[in-house]
Design a protein around this ligand. Structure first.
Ligand SMILES: Nc1nc2c(ncn2[C@@H]2O[C@H](COP(=O)(O)OP(=O)(O)OP(=O)(O)O)[C@@H](O)[C@H]2O)c(=O)[nH]1
Ligand SMILES: [Mg+2]
Length: 450
């Protein structure tokens, strides 16, 4: 997710590494790079310009206050704050209170409406213990009804459909009556999409909206479509004044423009992001965590949350403690790998772990990518697994022989594990600083001063 944006921003901060104070001149170069990075990520020029103007003002303004902080670190912090702000600042939840609560789903064809409807049903059922009824209001494609029916079975939600009825307003109203009779807490209304914004679709969705007065109208948009996504978001908002945005397909090769500029453009919060085809790949959107991810700091909080869904709280707490004490060991790592396997969509999960993105960069990630690492760990003695700091050259040689991997592989893995462990430890004690000192460590830059 957002790989090239992350890399370019990192480059922008690097231009400041050799300097020990912020000046008009060195900031200008960095700012220019940041702007370029945003524009390359498909953020509209005007938004990018306004963004960097703010960053510049803050950077020059804080110069005297924060003498102790290196310019590169200061810049990262400012950009992190501004990115968070740009994406909405606070996370905004979904309101489904009602008798029943009603959520209307709108968006273009293929944006991921039906998939999201299923995911939201699962989310509400598991996180809020609600009884959910999915309603098929796509009256144009019979297959759409089947698709939603299959999803409803998968996630354990009810389904309401009228295959013969071609009137979405009637179907939606009947669904709500059915929900009241059958004690459903929430009705999710999945609607039809069109290839592009057109009058007929807008008319239909606004009629449904007026008839059922939903608690929430959510606009679903494919983040892969960049600026187009933002334009469509605007067209829909002008017409149906929705309550929130759902960004889908963030697991793909998306540049990030939609996530960064949709809030600014329509002034509606992004409420959820979707990162895969499986039903458990939905995340509540948190602007601050997304900013961290973009800056290559990972998103350990979301990761731990997902982990908590998978195994018990005790285990998550135990890990958190170990990370804090810098005692995260190879057994924990192996345990995590096994949990990940069960969760699917390994790649997007891995990106949440600080440092993991780099660690896995050259590895084609599928389940078999882990076998190498697992073989290495399995060749360690129990003592070595529990105390990574024991690792020595002779031990590594023995491990390499034992698992049939090359010495290089073993060395690399252990080094990366070490880095990851350090970074997780720092993150757990001070998230902002860890990111700065970790990924954006002033390194090869000339004239590095302490
Ligand atoms: N990789 C990925 N694929 C997704 C995601 N969300 C949906 N898809 C896929 O995108 C395709 C379209 O998804 P649908 O949910 O059918 O989209 P829709 O908006 O309901 O489409 P129409 O009903 O035809 O308008 C399907 O193949 C989904 O599996 C996502 O977050 N990530
Ligand atoms: Mg659909």
């Amino acid at each position: 997710m957002f790989d090239s944006l992350s890399e370019r921003l990192e480059g922008a901060f690097k231009t400041l590494t050799g300097d020990n104070k912020i000046t008009e001149i060195n900031v200008a170069q960095s700012i220019k790079e940041i702007r370029r990075a945003l524009v390359a990520a498909d953020v509209n020029y005007k938004i990018a310009k306004e963004f960097t103007d703010k960053v510049k003002e803050k950077a020059l303004g804080t110069e005297n206050v924060l003498k102790a902080v290196k310019p590169g670190q200061l810049m990262v912090k400012i950009v992190q704050d501004e990115l968070t702000e740009l994406m909405g600042g606070q996370s905004v939840g979904i309101n489904v209170k009602g008798n029943p609560g009603v959520v209307l789903i709108a968006g273009l064809q293929g944006s991921g409406k039906t998939t999201f409807s299923g995911k939201l049903a699962l989310h509400l059922k598991e996180k809020k213990k609600l009884k959910v009824l999915l309603t098929a209001c796509d009256v144009y494609r019979p297959a759409a009804i089947d698709q939603l029916t299959v999803l409803s079975e998968q996630v354990g939600a009810g389904i309401y459909k009228e295959p013969e009825n071609k009137n979405p307003v009637e179907i939606a109203l009947n669904a709500i009556a059915h929900a009241q009779d059958n004690k459903y807490d929430v009705v999710i209304v999945d609607t039809a999409g069109r290839l592009s914004v057109d009058e007929k679709m807008m008319q239909e969705i606004s009629e449904v909206r007026e008839a059922i007065s939903p608690n929430e109208t959510l606009f679903v948009v494919d983040s892969m479509t960049g600026q187009d996504a933002v334009n469509t978001a605007k067209a829909f908002n002008d017409r149906i004044n929705y309550d929130g945005v759902v960004l889908t397909k963030l697991d793909g090769d998306t540049r990030g423009g939609a996530a960064l500029s949709v809030k600014y453009t329509v002034q509606k919060p992004i409420k959820f992001v979707s990162t895969g085809e499986k039903m458990n790949t939905l995340d509540v959107f948190h602007p601050d965590r997304m900013a961290q991810r973009i800056l290559g700091m990972g998103d350990i909080i979301s990761f731990v949350e997902r982990a908590q869904d998978q195994f018990d709280e005790e285990e998550a707490k135990r890990l958190e403690k170990k990370i804090k004490k810098n005692k995260f060991d190879f057994n924990d790592f192996l345990g995590q790998l096994n949990q990940l396997r069960k969760m699917g969509d390994i790649k997007s999960l891995l990106n949440m772990i600080p440092g993991m993105k780099k660690m896995m960069k050259d590895i084609d990630i599928d389940n078999s990518a882990f076998s190498k690492v697992e073989a290495i760990i399995q060749s360690m003695t129990p003592q070595e697994r529990a105390q990574p700091e024991l690792m020595s050259m002779s031990r590594k040689k023995r491990i390499a022989r034992g698992c049939g991997q090359s010495m290089d592989d073993v060395n690399r893995f252990i080094k990366q594990f070490d880095q990851m462990r350090k970074m997780m430890h720092k993150m757990s004690n001070n998230p902002a600083m860890a990111g700065m000192q970790g990924n954006f460590k002033p390194g090869r830059g000339k004239g590095r001063r302490r």
